[in-house]
Design a protein around this ligand. Structure first.
Ligand code: AHR
Length: 515
């Protein structure tokens, strides 16, 4: 039962007056022939041998009672296909620089075991290896992104890996691949040359890694003389601009196609807090780090512009997402966390940032697909659920390979204890078929905002929309209530004389489509 007193009623009334009295936010969306296309690869994913991401998550093995295709859960395959995941990065993360690919090919019962020294010290049987991963990518119609070992490998081991995967036939590695059951090479364009080389990849300096990178990249070939490889250098940790500067300065352009960047969102690195039971103060701090992505991308891009004015090298944000304490009672090395409306806010704002920086950001990978960090899918035995983050990515996939429409507006602020953040984030694009999509996020925990979007003379009139919102910020889907948070059709989309009007409730994500 709820009890009211007059002062609460009065306060509620005053708040509602304050909300409705706010001026609508004026947004202009324009068409610019020079605007970039939003690469579909910005909507990429990342699956590491970490906790229950691969083993006991994606991969349950051929003998499992859970319906599977070559050991990979069918329900996850379906969910990822629906999501239209454009690429998948594997096998790490930190794991990548401990992974020796030859241990993961050939008959499964003859593969050696290994100990996952970064993540929980568990013993793995190498039953999910390169064939399993690349075949899965084919099933998903997603491009593989192989993050290959540099830190504890050799140029020989590395280049033999490229040969094994890409050589047509007649080379030792290609023949071995054929013996192992795969006649044709796979189509793998994206190769990571190590991971976090400033840390778990070898604790290298930028200067040393630039040299190592040059050496490894020199011997990488797609074996067709068509320079078809997309080599991605291990990039900066958050705001280590020196790292990007050195790579851009010291690596010749013909040896590099992408430079990575890793940045996670959290309350405080040493005190991350619960993924479900958090205060508004913790929410505000998380959003502060999430929104910092805009500064990071702007500044790393500016350095890249200096050395690469023609924009031939991509900024690849191949690890991003929210990072909290593990769920109570779970292995601290497994990074298993729940996923609430806070994560939907991180996803929506980060993707808007990447879209708006599409000229330089050509790929991004959410960490991580299943049961780890900001996952899109969680599993428990035979059960599976889709997280709020999944729904945001699905709502946003309309932007994949669409032309960016520049957006201009002044955001109202979300204020908390004397600090402020921009409450609203927006990006927009136009598909080849002429469909206009505008994605919007309001991170304010309390206030609604009305936005009026001026589309000028764009030839669209039929509008529909989807909204993801919930009653409480901490709301999340559980295995008992897997559909507590799902996108709903937007009831009210007003459109008059080129101006679209929508209301963004507190902590909501909306995508409006005009045809
Ligand atoms: O995604 C978890 C870890 O975070 C990755 O293994 C590593 O690259 C990063 O530090």
């Amino acid at each position: 039962m709820k009890f009211f007193n007059y002062s609460t009623v009065l306060l509620a009334f005053l708040c509602s007056v304050a909300v409705s009295a706010q001026e609508p936010v004026q947004v202009t969306v324009t068409e610019d022939t020079d605007a970039p296309v939003i690469s579909k690869h910005i909507y990429g994913h990342f699956s590491e041998h970490l906790g229950r991401c691969i083993y006991g998550g994606l991969y349950v093995g051929e003998e499992s009672m859970v319906p599977n295709t070559a050991g990979v859960r069918n329900d996850i395959i379906e969910a990822l296909k629906e999501l239209k995941i454009p690429n998948l990065r594997w096998p790490g993360g930190c794991f990548a620089d401990t992974y020796h690919w030859k241990d993961g090919v050939g008959p499964k019962d003859e593969r050696p075991t290994m100990v996952n020294r970064w993540w929980g010290g568990v013993t793995e049987d190498n039953s999910f290896g390169t064939h399993d991963f690349l075949n899965l990518c084919e099933t998903l119609n997603a491009e593989p992104y192989l993050a290959a070992n540099v830190g504890s490998s050799t140029v020989k081991e590395f280049t033999e890996y490229v040969e094994y995967v890409l050589h047509q036939g007649g080379s030792p590695m290609a023949e071995w691949r054929k013996e192992n059951g795969r006649e044709e090479p796979w189509d793998v364009k994206y190769w990571g040359v190590g991971n976090e080389m400033w840390g778990c990849g070898g604790n290298m300096t930028a200067e040393h890694y630039a040299d190592v990178y040059r050496q490894y990249a020199t011997f990488m070939t797609d074996w067709t003389n068509s320079d078809g490889l997309f080599r991605i250098a291990s990039g900066a940790n958050v705001d280590d601009y020196h790292w990007t500067e050195v790579l851009m300065r010291d690596v010749p352009k013909h040896l590099i196609e992408g430079v990575a960047l890793h940045s996670y969102s959290f309350v405080e690195w040493n005190e991350k807090g619960s993924s479900i039971d958090y205060s508004e103060e913790q929410y505000f701090s998380t959003m502060k780090t999430a929104l910092k992505m805009d500064t990071l991308v702007t500044k790393h891009s500016a350095i890249m512009d200096k050395y690469d004015p023609n924009n031939t090298i991509a900024l690849v944000v191949d690890e991003w997402g929210g990072w909290y304490d593990v769920m109570e009672g779970t292995n601290p090395g497994f990074l298993y966390q729940q996923n609430t409306m806070r994560d939907a806010m991180i996803a929506g704002t980060s993707l808007n940032i990447f879209n708006n920086h599409a000229r330089r950001v050509k790929m991004a990978n959410l960490a991580q697909t299943v049961n780890v960090l900001q996952a899109v899918v969680l599993t428990e035995d035979e059960k599976m659920l889709l997280t709020p983050t999944y729904h945001v990515l699905k709502m946003y996939n309309v932007h994949q390979d669409a032309k960016l429409l520049p957006v201009n507006f002044d955001s109202p602020t979300y204020n908390f204890e004397g600090e402020e953040l921009p409450a609203i984030s927006i990006s927009a694009s136009k598909t080849d078929a002429g469909e206009v999509n505008v994605s919007m996020v309001n991170i304010d925990a309390h206030k609604s905002h009305t936005v009026e979007i001026n589309l000028g003379d764009m030839d669209v009139k039929d509008f529909s929309g989807t909204i993801l919102s919930s009653e409480d910020l901490q709301d999340h889907n559980t295995f008992d209530q897997p559909e507590k948070i799902t996108p709903k059709e937007l009831k009210k989309v007003k459109y008059r004389k080129g101006v679209l009007e929508v209301v963004l409730p507190p902590f909501s994500v909306l995508v409006v489509t005009g045809k």
